[in-house]
Design a protein around this ligand. Structure first.
Ligand code: AMP
Length: 194
């Protein structure tokens, strides 16, 4: 099994690249942001809870997020070649939980691909994404919320990179350039461990 994590700030291109990598390496794509948005549109209790945090650009509490992720892993276990995690883990407890959940399935994180993009570029990209979308995400419409998401990333998520650096599983890639240029770099990094 290959299990990849796409790491990086909001708007760094994780979602776009995750879809391409999933297709290239035949992996199951799990985006916790998409799972939450799906729960919100179905107006489930989990969605209503998540919305309270997402609308402010804050993280959904770990127990809610880890529970949802664990259900998804159980649902797909044995059916797929591996996973690509997009937007998870975002905290140290989430990283520990992922290690344990994968260990229970006799597998582990193979590689963490970290995309590097700065705050101003991120803000511009997300505002542009909102403008071009017919159905923009609520948290993409307001610059203050976007900047808060970036700050949350710096404070709560970026330290998680250290967890994988220690395990020698972290590869950092500059996330500026065309989608295909960045995809080629990501693909090369994955092919090196195959
Ligand atoms: P994303 O689509 O990855 O940008 O996520 C959108 C929002 O969903 C985030 O700003 C958080 O509020 C929430 N979210 C997504 N993934 C996580 C996670 N792993 N932990 C906590 N909150 C998350």
């Amino acid at each position: 099994m290959i299990n990849l994590i796409l790491f990086g700030p909001p708007g760094s291109g994780k979602g776009t690249q995750a879809v391409k990598l999933a297709e290239e390496f035949n992996l199951y794509h799990i985006s916790t942001g998409d799972l939450f948005r799906n729960e919100i549109s179905n107006e489930t209790p989990l969605g209503l809870e998540a919305k309270k945090y997402m609308s402010k650009g804050e993280l959904v509490p770990d127990e809610v997020t880890i529970g949802m992720l664990s259900n998804k892993l159980d649902e797909q276990a044995g059916k797929v070649n591996g996973f690509i995690f997009d937007g998870f883990p975002r905290t140290e407890p989430q990283a520990d939980a992922l290690d344990k959940l994968l260990d229970l399935k006799d597998t582990s994180v193979s590689l963490v691909l970290a995309l590097e993009v700065g705050e101003d570029e991120i803000t511009e990209r997300i505002l542009d994404r909102a403008k071009k979308s017919e159905n923009p995400r609520a948290d993409d419409l307001d610059e203050a919320i976007i900047r808060n998401r970036f700050q949350v990333y710096l404070k709560q998520t970026s330290p998680v990179a250290e967890h994988y650096k220690k395990a020698d599983k972290l590869v950092t890639i500059v996330g500026i350039g065309s989608i295909n240029e960045i995809f080629e770099k990501l693909k090369d990094a994955v092919n090196e461990i195959k």
